[in-house]
Design a protein around this ligand. Structure first.
Ligand SMILES: Cc1cc2nc3c(=O)[nH]c(=O)nc-3n(C[C@H](O)[C@H](O)[C@H](O)COP(=O)(O)OP(=O)(O)OC[C@H]3O[C@@H](n4cnc5c(N)ncnc54)[C@H](O)[C@@H]3O)c2cc1C
Length: 571
């Protein structure tokens, strides 16, 4: 056999493409011809959307769906999913598409179920919960809640994602200092279309009368099954409606002011921000710890210097002009804590908490109150934020999650150190050894943090003249070796690697092969493997196609942990 023929024979088969006329006609009968399309132009709009696209779309992983349909009800979603099971057609559902995880991957025969038409919004003020469909976004819900002296947690990324999908995806932000940080524990109920298309009504949806108090029962419940520990990201079916808890706030409105990038909300008297400078990081941590031990404040977090320059800059160029003047000395000497005070019950409560905070931060830890604008553009309604921290055009969260304070802060230190050595410091932008932000959740029971590593997204775009393979290599090595190595060494629970489920075969062995259980469970619910096909494997596909991204150092740590167990391993 000639070399040429052999190559053709051994080449992997082309990915399946398109959809046959018969299933398409049946889908059309379910949703109506106005709400389904095979148009390549419209389908292309669903390709590689949301953050993480820089890496995944550019590397050819995300694909165009074979068709897009927009069901109007739980029943229609159920019928679509049953049809997909009957014809063995893969499908994926998306709500607001801020994450590339909602995009199709590796194949061209996936039906996209866009949930935009599911727009229930019912607020039960008395029992403090809402029933919402996937098309309702946070800003919209928060604005309605605030009219009723209620509020909900907001994701750090902004107010534009769907409340339903975000809570299935991550569901955390700084307001989780007071509000339970685990979304599945905030649920009162859900309408779940499982991967085979059966509708399962949980919590208050079992009986629409008066089960508002439904919450967590002892032991596992169905919310845990479809939410998962970190997230299934659509691989365990579709939520068409949820009921979720909302929380008492204060009575006065936040008034929008300013235009464009200067738009912000004026804070009412019972909501105040106050920033303080501390002299050392230890003092900052000590003060933070005492604040949450006293159970005061509405939220608090460490402010990296980087944020200050973002706030000052009028453009991306101006940001870099400012940030390039910063030195390692500057970042090492800057320790800022931002405290949000909310007088939930009265002005008196606010005054009391501010007094206690001053005693702790200023009198005990020697901090200084900074001049602080009494406006908000990134906590309650996200009036101007449509994304954040993308000064290179690249979504840079390489490690996100929470653990004990000790674990989170140790990992932060290690990541700063890793980013400052080769090959990473010539690939990523200079961060002057800046430490990431962190924030206590659940009154300090856990510490949340996000580690950012920025690179020039033009250099990883194969269609760009600046494309540089070293940058792609550096990025993948950082995400697949450097970060996972620190994560398994510290025992941190990283929610994702740059917006995606981590490689199961790589991380699994060092984590009691949890992935085997995860995917066995999934197979029970989705025997045909049609729901969100490809997502569970995609990190492994990346690694199989570029095994060199796993460093020897990482492999040694992983194998040591896998063979000797976490307690006895020499880490
Ligand atoms: C810069 C930035 C910062 C961010 N910071 C935070 C943060 O601090 N905290 C936080 O919680 N989030 C954060 N996010 C995440 C963001 O808020 C979105 O929730 C996330 O990107 C998912 O997008 P989405 O909600 O639009 O869901 P989609 O993109 O529509 O879907 C995401 C996944 O969920 C699945 N899915 C969608 N709808 C459903 C459904 N109804 N039922 C079941 N599965 C479904 C999809 O299949 C997909 O896998 C951040 C995002 C960005 C861009």
């Amino acid at each position: 056999m000639s070399e040429e023929v052999k190559t053709v024979e051994e080449a992997p088969p082309p990915p399946p493409m398109g959809i046959d006329d018969e299933p398409f006609a049946e889908l059309e009968a379910i949703v109506g011809s106005k709400y389904i399309t095979k148009s390549p132009t419209i389908c292309q709009a669903y390709t590689g959307r949301g953050y993480g696209r820089e890496a995944f779309w550019y590397q050819g992983m995300t694909t165009r769906p074979c068709c897009v349909c927009l069901p109007a009800s739980t029943e229609e979603v159920s019928r679509i999913v049953k049809l997909c099971n009957r014809y063995d057609i893969p499908y994926t559902a998306g709500s607001t598409y801020w994450a590339v995880a909602a995009s199709c991957m590796f194949r061209g025969d996936i039906v996209m179920i866009d949930l935009k038409r599911l727009d229930t919004l019912e607020i039960d003020e008395k029992n403090m919960y809402v029933k919402i469909g996937p098309s309702i976004i946070y800003s919209q819900l928060q604005a309605e809640l605030m009219k009723r002296d209620l509020y909900i947690y907001m994701p750090g990324g902004g107010g534009q994602p769907s409340v339903v999908s975000n809570q299935m995806f991550q569901g955390q932000g700084i307001l989780n200092y007071r509000i339970c940080a685990w979304p599945e524990r905030r649920f009162n109920g859900a309408n779940w279309v499982n991967p085979e298309g059966e509708v399962i009504r949980c919590g208050i949806f079992m009986d629409r009368e008066d089960h508002a108090a439904y919450g967590q029962a002892p032991g596992p419940d169905l919310f845990g099954i479809f939410k998962g520990n970190t997230a299934w990201w659509g691989t365990m079916g579709t939520l068409t409606e949820i009921a979720t808890k909302v929380y008492p706030f204060q009575p006065e409105r936040m008034i929008p002011d300013g235009l464009g990038r200067d738009a912000a909300l004026d804070l009412p008297p019972r909501v105040q921000y106050q920033n303080y400078t501390l002299t050392t990081e230890e003092a900052l941590q000590g003060a933070m710890q005492e604040l949450y031990r006293e159970q005061i404040c509405g939220a608090l977090n460490r402010v990296p210097m980087f944020w200050r320059d973002i706030a000052k800059a009028g453009s991306r160029q101006e940001f870099w002009d400012l940030w390039s003047k910063v030195t390692e000395q500057d970042t090492a000497n800057t320790h800022i804590i931002r405290v949000l005070f909310i007088g939930y019950t009265s002005q008196k409560q606010l005054d009391y908490e501010m007094k206690v905070a001053e005693d702790i931060i200023v009198k005990k830890y020697g901090g200084t109150a900074r001049r602080t604008k009494q406006t908000d553009d990134g906590t309650f309604l996200y009036s101007i934020v449509t994304g954040m921290w993308k000064p290179t055009g690249f979504y840079a969260s390489s490690c996100v999650g929470f653990e004990s304070t000790r674990c989170t802060l140790t990992l932060n230190d290690q990541q700063v150190e890793a980013l400052n050595k080769e090959p990473y410091n010539s690939v990523f932008f200079e961060q002057h050894k800046e430490h990431p932000w962190y924030a206590p959740f659940n009154l300090g029971r856990v510490m949340y943090s996000e580690f950012m590593a920025y690179l020039d997204c033009e250099k990883i775009d194969p269609a760009n003249s600046k494309f540089d393979m070293n940058h792609v290599g550096g990025l993948l090595t950082f995400l697949h070796s450097e970060i996972p190595m620190r994560v398994i060494q510290t025992g941190y629970s990283n929610l994702f690697g740059n917006g995606h489920i981590n490689s199961k075969t790589e991380l699994g062995p060092a984590s009691h092969n949890y992935h085997e259980w995860v995917w066995k469970l999934k197979a029970e619910f989705d025997p045909k493997d049609v729901c969100r096909k490809g997502l569970g494997d995609h990190m492994d596909v990346v690694i199989q196609s570029a095994p060199q991204v796993l460093t020897e150092e990482y492999k040694a740590v992983r194998d040591n942990l896998a063979s000797r167990g976490w307690k006895d391993a020499e880490i």
